[in-house]
Ligand binder design. Structure first.
Ligand code: NAD
Length: 352
C-alpha cells in the first residue's frame, strides 16, 4: 500500500514511519511542515530507503496537499500532524486552532475529493486514520473510572479542545460524506526521540545537567503511559484492520502519578549515571505552581482494541522507562541538535 503520514517527523510519527519501513512492505510519504517539533534526524535510520519519501508541506495548504495526493495516490492516510504541547497551547492557542482544526479540515476536504474520484474497489479500501488523544475526555473524578470509546468529550486545555474539534470533524466527514475513517485516542506516550519539552525527557536532561526538576502542583496528577513503539504498532493495526467508522482507545495499562514517574527516572539515573557530588537525583525535585486547568487523572480502557484487533502493549512502564533513559544517555547529541538553541527546556505555561 501507499501510506501517507502527516507529522512523520514528530515523536510518534517518526516511530510510525520507522515501523512501516522496518516491519512492512508499504511505501510511505511523510508530509511534515517541520515546525520546532519536527526533526528529520529522527528518521535517519530509514531516510535512504527506496520506500520512504518526504515532502515538506503544511497540512493547511490545500493546493500542495491536492498535488501530493494526486502524485502519491495513497491507500491510507495516517494523520498525526498537530501542535501537541499543552503548555504551548496555554501561552499561544492560535497555532493550535490553525493546525489542529483548520489543518484537519483541509486534509479531510482534500482526502474526500481524492476518495470520491477513486474506482469502486479503491474507494472501498481507502482509509483516513485520525490520531488523537485521551485528553479530549477531560479528567476522571473516581479512582477506578476509565475512559471508554463512548465517554463524553470534556476537554480542558486549548490543546485538548482543538483535538476534540478535529475528532468531531473527522466523524462528521464520515457521517455526512461517507469518508472511510477510523479514530484512535491514546494516552501519554514516552520513549526515544521525544522532544525535550515533555515531562520525561525534560526530567532526564535537567537531571543530567544538575538543574531543578520542576513538578507541577503536588505531582499527584495521574497519567497512563504507553511506550511509543507500542503505540506505533497499535496505529498500524488500526490503520490496516480497524473497522471503518470505529474509534479505538489505546493505552498502556500504566497509571502513574507524575511524582512517581520523576522519582523512578531519578532512581534509574542514580544507577546508570550517579551524580559526581554523591547526592541523589531526587534531591533536585522542585514543586512549582500548578498548570492552569490541569487535569487530575487520565486512565484508558484499552480493552476494545485488544478484544477486536488483538493488540496489547509489549513494554511495561519499568522496561520502557529504562530503555528510554538509556536512549537519552546514548543520544545526548540528538537532544542538543533538535533544541537548536531556540528552546532551552524552560517551562512555557503560566506556572513556572
Ligand atoms: P509532535 O509535536 O512530536 O509532532 C508533530 C509533528 O507535526 C511535527 O513533526 C511537526 O513538524 C508536524 N506539524 C505540525 N504542524 C504541522 C502542519 N501545519 N503541517 C504539517 N506538519 C505539521 O507530536 P507527537 O507527540 O508525535 O503527536 C503526534 C499526534 O499524536 C498528535 O496529533 C497528537 O495530538 C497525538 N497524540 C500524542 C500523544 C503524546 O503523548 N505525545 C498522545 C496521544 C495522541
Amino acid at each position: 500500500m501507499n501510506i501517507l503520514v502527516t507529522g512523520g517527523a514528530g515523536f510518534i510519527g517518526s516511530a510510525v514511519i520507522r515501523y512501516l519501513i522496518n516491519e512492512t512492505e508499504h511505501h510511505v510519504l511523510n508530509v511534515d511542515k517541520l515546525t520546532y517539533a519536527g526533526n528529520l534526524e529522527s528518521l535517519i535510520s530509514v531516510s535512504d530507503h527506496a520506500r520512504y519519501h518526504f515532502v515538506q508541506a503544511d497540512i493547511c495548504d490545500h493546493a500542495s496537499l491536492t498535488r501530493l495526493f494526486s502524485e502519491f495516490q495513497p491507500d491510507v492516510v495516517m494523520h498525526l500532524a498537530a501542535e501537541s504541547h499543552v503548555d504551548r497551547s496555554i501561552d499561544s492557542p492560535a497555532e493550535f486552532i490553525h493546525t489542529n482544526i483548520v489543518g484537519t479540515y483541509t486534509l479531510l476536504e482534500v482526502s474526500r475529493k481524492y476518495w470520491q474520484n477513486l474506482s469502486k474497489i479503491e474507494k472501498s479500501s481507502f482509509k483516513f486514520h485520525h490520531i488523537s488523544t485521551d485528553e479530549v475526555y477531560g479528567d476522571l473524578d473516581g479512582i477506578t473510572d476509565l475512559f471508554t470509546e463512548t465517554t463524553p468529550y470534556l476537554p480542558s486545555s486549548p490543546y485538548s479542545a482543538s483535538k476534540a474539534s478535529s475528532d468531531h470533524l473527522v466523524r462528521a466527514w464520515h457521517r455526512t460524506y461517507g469518508l472511510p475513517v477510523v479514530v484512535t485516542n491514546c494516552s501519554n506516550n514516552y520513549g526515544p526521540y521525544h522532544f525535550p519539552e515533555k515531562l520525561i525527557p525534560l526530567m532526564i536532561l535537567n537531571a543530567l545537567d544538575g538543574k531543578p526538576l520542576p513538578v507541577y502542583g503536588n505531582g499527584r496528577q495521574i497519567r497512563d503511559w504507553l511506550f511509543v513503539e507500542d503505540h506505533a504498532c497499535a496505529l498500524y493495526r488500526v490503520a490496516t484492520e480497524g473497522l471503518v467508522g470505529e474509534t479505538y482507545n489505546i493505552g498502556g495499562h500504566n497509571e502513574k502519578q507524575n511524582i512517581d514517574v520523576v522519582k523512578t527516572i531519578c532512581k534509574i539515573l542514580d544507577e546508570l549515571k550517579p551524580r559526581l557530588n554523591g547526592q541523589t537525583y531526587e534531591s533536585l525535585i522542585t514543586f512549582v505552581n500548578d498548570r492552569p486547568g490541569h487535569d487530575l487523572r487520565y486512565a484508558i480502557d484499552a480493552s476494545k482494541i485488544e478484544r477486536e484487533l488483538g493488540w496489547k502493549p509489549q513494554e511495561s512502564f519499568e522496561t520502557g522507562l529504562r530503555k528510554t533513559v538509556e536512549w537519552y544517555l546514548n543520544n545526548l547529541e540528538w537532544c542538543h541538535r533538535v533544541q537548536d538553541g531556540s528552546y532551552q527546556r524552560e517551562s512555557l505555561g503560566e506556572a513556572v
